[in-house]
Design a protein around this ligand. Structure first.
Ligand code: BES
Ligand code: ZN
Ligand code: ZN
Length: 466
């Protein structure tokens, strides 16, 4: 779908975006009819006037979601190819949200359908009172929305189609297309790096692990950011096997890694003047005769010993080594941000739609919360405390991979990761637990059933604002 503020000929249908205030206006052409149909212009409310080929859509605080709802509604209608979107909003931010909502709402994942759906909508013409062309705004919103869709596509792939080697291939192709530096570590290279915690998780899988590095390195960059992604292409739980109801959707345990790919796609296409290094731990957590076991003691890359008490707390083991590797490879940086579908506890705590923001630096956590909000994502800071840190202590080894309390699981997982952040970098670190929003089994706002691309928009916003 092409989005433009230039007039289109042959309009097939008009979308009219209004709020309850607009609805009160006497100038509203279809006021009588809309009143008769009890249209209230509530958030995402749709009213299709077939005779005049118009769809009214209401909004209160989420323009992008309203546009996504109307685009989804129209996508099934074959005659709708060219759409005029009428709005009395004329500021850059609104045009940005309209564009974002249209592209994110237009997304459909049908790779596994025997009959692919035909996409009918070709052009969306935004008609606003402003005379500006908004080309730059539309271009930026399109780039970020397309990167989010790129992330969604990979997350939605089945574990049989997307295993560590495939994830590395996707990263390699992205590097080629977008002029990124790319370094892939295979089994032997990972062994040489002593990433024993990661290797233990990977051991029972027929697919070897990969550690992937992708770098966007503009000349004279003013800042340097590391983004680290959990890439469990499948999480069966290992020997601490997940109950079957909890195992379904675990193809989405690679969402952090896929978000890292989407972030690198965005920052390179937007040509941002920030050096960004992405690191991914791509691993499959399976069962077998050579599984790692509860009771094992692993020596992580940074030398710390970890007693395994639950093989389903595998993401933190993978990230422990990748975080240390990233800090070894790029020793000087301003920020290190990890994204991971790390805990069910985070979903219990803040719900399906919200990312948990953790770290030791309150200013940084609040900044990320603002970035999430401005970019259309939900995220909230969760605060560590010293009493929770003690719950990871262990008699046998330096630490345990699960805490000794059943409460506060998102925070104790975050505190486990903190053990692998060097002291000098503690204040530069953010941990984003995207277990809730990364994969939701229904449509919500601009998001489809399945992968949402959580983390891409908020982290790109963060990097852009540096
Ligand atoms: N990948 C899961 C976390 C998860 C749960 C992601 C639900 C998305 C939706 C993670 O590896 C896991 O299994 N965590 C355990 C930790 C526990 C054993 C301490 C969990 O959350 O139950
Ligand atoms: Zn797990
Ligand atoms: Zn997991």
């Amino acid at each position: 779908m092409k989005i433009t503020t230039e007039k289109l000929d042959n309009i097939d249908l008009e979308i009219v975006l209004i709020n309850d205030n607009d609805l009160k206006s006497k100038n509203l052409v279809d006021k009588v009819l809309l009143d008769k149909l009890s249209f209230k212009a509530e958030q995402d409310e749709l009213c299709f006037l077939a005779e005049s080929s118009k769809v009214y859509v209401g909004y209160s605080d989420d323009i992008a979601s309203s546009i996504a709802s109307s685009i989804r509604f129209l996508d099934g209608k074959e005659f709708v190819k060219n759409i005029k979107l009428t709005t009395n909003l004329s500021d850059e931010e609104s045009i940005y949200k309209i564009t974002n909502g249209a592209i994110l709402g237009f997304y459909k994942f049908d790779k596994y359908k025997s009959k692919r759906t035909n996409k009918h909508i070709k052009n969306l013409y935004i008609s606003s009172p402003s005379q500006k062309n908004f080309n730059q705004t539309i271009k930026k919103a399109t780039t970020i929305a397309n990167s989010t869709n790129f992330t969604r596509d990979i997350v939605n792939m089945t574990p049989d189609d997307c295993y560590p080697k495939v994830l590395a291939k996707i990263a390699g192709n992205l590097a080629k297309e977008n002029n990124l530096e790319c370094n892939i570590l295979k089994q032997k290279d990972i062994e040489k790096e002593n990433m024993n915690a990661l290797l233990a998780v990977a051991r029972a899988s027929r697919h070897d692990p990969r550690v992937i590095q992708l770098s966007h390195k503009p000349k004279d960059a003013k800042h340097r950011v590391l983004v680290i992604g959990k890439g469990l292409t499948y999480d069966s739980g290992g020997l601490s096997l997940k109950p079957s109801d909890f195992m379904t959707t675990m193809k989405s345990d690679k969402s952090g890694a896929c978000a890292v790919l989407g972030i690198l796609k965005s920052v390179s296409e937007l040509n941002l003047n920030v050096e960004v290094h992405g690191f991914i731990g791509a691993v499959e957590n399976m069962i077998g005769g050579d599984s790692y076991k509860p009771d094992d003691v692993l020596t992580a890359k940074n030398g710390k010993t970890i007693e395994v008490k639950n093989t389903d707390a595998e993401g933190r083991l993978v990230l422990a080594d990748v975080l240390d590797f990233a800090q070894q490879e790029i020793s000087e940086f301003d920020y290190i941000i990890d994204l991971a579908t790390l805990t069910g506890a985070c979903v219990v705590g803040v719900g399906n739609y919200t990312t948990g923001i953790m770290g030791h630096n309150d200013e940084l956590k609040n900044r990320m919360k603002e970035c999430a909000k401005n970019s259309g994502e939900f995220a909230t800071p969760l605060d560590f405390n010293r009493f929770l840190s003690k719950t990871l202590k262990n008699e046998t080894a330096d630490i345990c991979n699960i805490s000794n309390t059943r409460y506060g699981g998102a925070l104790t997982a975050g505190l486990f990761l903190s053990e692998f952040i060097k002291d000098a970098n503690k204040d530069k670190w953010l941990h984003l637990d995207i277990a809730g929003p990364a994969f939701v089994e229904h449509i919500w706002g601009v998001n489809p059933h399945g992968a949402s691309g959580a983390g891409v928009r908020m982290v790109v916003e963060f990097i852009e604002n540096l």
